[in-house]
Design a protein around this ligand. Structure first.
Ligand code: MBD
Ligand code: FE
Length: 310
């Protein structure tokens, strides 16, 4: 194609009609995306059939509510993390536990308790885990009144609210720290997540020759007075997907060691009948700062009532 034809058309797409005004930011971003896609179509000789199948694909992603899954699968959510890391580093905000992606399965409004909680409703026969640690400032001071929001999958890799076989808010809790900064909970060890095998995200991953698995992980979002909110996850050591996460969320500092306790005396002391695991993990938060203009990412989140829980 003659280059002027391409440039002319790109120009027209974001030229406001007579008497109308554009949103400058939308105009700039959309103009750039359209331009890049025009060039992709031209340079790679994309056929009309390929173009329309891409449109149908996007429709399917919407219909299946998988944009929140496609975004991490294509690396966008990790890219946003890297950009926030960079902005914080440039502002001198270092020393906190690294962030990593929230993912699409957080649900606000989990039950809250002080100090410790039990996350599982007892219906899953998974290995019992006791996880505990402290919420600290970057200088090591314990944070009083930090709220730790924890959520994770069951032994089938599924999350309550999205999985109608679980009770609402199973494996989801908020735990508030006291002056010692400690949080603790009892739960079951999660299994890794896999993308729905017949969904559009996995369909594209198949075309890229990629799997859609995540290592076993536990999500954490910590909010605390005078501190920056931390959204992160811990990955369980030894998982086959530990360094092969389809969502690119593993970070070396976030790998947690699970310690097996199989001494009968320890088992009895916990009131259990089978071996259990412990995880000890502290989280450090940066103090609030005017030097960056973002904190917790503002994004649409699922409301528990919006998802049919049968
Ligand atoms: C998950 O459990 C998850 O954490 C992410 C990021 C994507 C899909 C499922
Ligand atoms: Fe997850």
């Amino acid at each position: 194609m003659q280059p002027e034809h391409l440039t002319d058309l790109i120009e027209k797409v974001t030229s406001p009609s007579d008497g109308l005004a554009a949103n400058p930011r939308v105009s700039e971003v959309v103009g750039r995306i359209v331009k890049d896609l025009f060039h992709t179509i031209e340079d790679l000789d994309v056929t009309p059939e390929e173009f329309w199948s891409a449109m149908d694909y996007l429709r399917d992603v919407g219909t299946n509510n998988e944009f929140g899954l496609l975004a991490p699968g294509l690396g966008f959510e990790h890219l946003l993390d890297l950009r926030m890391d960079e902005a914080e580093h440039a502002a001198g905000l270092d020393g906190a536990t690294p962030r990593t992606i929230e993912g699409p399965l957080f649900v606000p409004g989990a039950p809250k308790s002080k100090g410790d909680a039990r996350l599982d409703d007892g219906s899953d026969e998974g290995d019992v885990v006791f996880m505990s640690g402290r919420i600290l400032s970057t200088d090591g001071t314990p944070i009083d009144g930090a709220v730790v929001d924890v959520w994770h999958a069951n032994t089938r890799g599924l999350y309550s609210i999205f999985d109608s076989d679980q009770t609402p808010y199973n494996l989801r809790r908020k735990i508030e720290t006291g002056s010692d900064g400690r949080y603790a909970f009892r739960s079951i060890l999660p299994s890794g997540y896999a993308c729905p095998p017949n969904g559009p995200t996995q369909q594209l991953l198949d075309q890229l020759g990629r799997h859609g698995n995540r290592p076993a992980h536990i999500h954490i979002m910590v909010e605390a007075p005078d501190h920056r909110t931390l959204t992160t996850q811990i990955n369980l050591d030894g998982d086959e997907y530990l360094n092969d996460d389809f969502a690119f969320a593993t970070r070396e500092e976030l790998v947690a060691v699970t310690v097996l306790h199989d001494d009968p005396a320890d088992i009895e002391a916990r009131g259990l009948t089978a071996p259990f695991y412990t995880i000890d993990f502290d989280f450090n938060l940066n103090t609030s700062s005017e030097a960056v203009d973002f904190d917790r990412v503002d994004r649409a989140r699922v409301e528990a009532q919006m998802v049919a829980v049968v």
